[in-house]
Ligand binder design. Structure first.
Ligand SMILES: Nc1nc2c(ncn2[C@@H]2O[C@H](COP(=O)(O)OP(=O)(O)OP(=O)(O)O)[C@@H](O)[C@H]2O)c(=O)[nH]1
Ligand SMILES: [Mg+2]
Length: 240
């Protein structure tokens, strides 16, 4: 309210052009105070908390990321301030027993980031996994690929995530034993998103990143900002 009043005051008291109109004041108020919630999901050990720490550090003046994470039990929350909006990031525990809690965040989130450990999905080829059958799906060959597929399907199939933009991060790209992002995109994500179990039509993207080094983190934040704004008719921000 203060900023709206201030804008109107400037408008009313100014004599020359180039001053904000009433519509400008309203628009700038709307942008400045829009808050969007981003939900970080993925299997345990994928790198969600490390990612949260990197994003937090990149947006605070004396930021050094705390990269010594422990498995999350419950949640970590951080709000970052960007030029035209706030992003509130919710990092929740990915352990099997904690995944039941995820759905309580679905209705209020504006975008989902699904973090994948690119060193723990074999060669990320769901077709090969299917061909190998249950017995062939050994951990050495496929890592946690099948678990990852099931969990991603479960998120996308939930009615409360309908239409919510999805960013999949192929994390740990700094490691030599990682699978390339293109394989994760073609072999895993596209197959899930385009299958019956991929849920509703939504904006989605797969990006490479290293939460540990920070590579790709800024691109991820930029993508999220643009998509939550595009989708704001369906999921309006919280105004504050
Ligand atoms: N090499 C490498 N290691 C990473 C990266 N991101 C996370 N790690 C490591 O992976 C381990 C798990 O990271 P976390 O961020 O705690 O994983 P999480 O997804 O929050 O796990 P939960 O809280 O159990 O759901 C830690 O040892 C991190 O240092 C990365 O980009 N590269
Ligand atoms: Mg964690």
């Amino acid at each position: 309210m203060y900023h709206l009043m201030k804008g109107l005051y400037l408008y009313a008291t100014s004599k020359e052009g180039n001053v904000p109109t009433y519509a400008d004041c309203k628009a700038s108020r709307a942008d400045t105070y829009s808050e969007y919630s981003i939900l970080l999901l993925g299997l345990d050990n994928a790198g969600k908390t490390t990612l949260l720490e990197q994003i937090k550090a990149a947006h605070s003046p004396h930021g050094h990321p705390n990269l010594k994470t422990v498995p999350t039990v419950g949640q970590n929350v951080t709000t970052i301030t960007l030029p035209d909006l706030y992003l509130k990031l919710w990092d929740v525990g990915g352990q099997h027993t904690l995944r039941g809690l995820w759905q309580s965040y679905y209705t209020s989130c504006h975008a989902i980031v699904f973090v994948i450990d690119s060193t723990d999905v074999g060669d990320a080829d769901l077709e090969r996994l299917a061909a190998a059958g249950k017995e062939g799906a050994d951990e050495e060959r496929f890592g946690r690929l099948d678990e990852c597929r099931l969990v991603l399907e479960d998120v996308l199939q939930n009615q409360e995530t309908e239409g919510v933009p999805l960013l999949v991060l192929a994390n740990k790209q700094d490691r030599e034993d990682c699978v390339e992002v293109v394989r994760i995109k073609e072999g895993l994500v596209r197959k899930v998103v385009e299958s019956e179990k991929g849920g509703s039509v939504r904006d989605s993207r797969v990006l490479p990143c290293s939460a540990l080094t920070g590579t790709g983190v800024q691109e991820a934040v930029e993508w999220l900002c643009s998509r939550v704004k595009w989708n704001k008719e369906s999921r309006p921000p919280v105004m504050r």
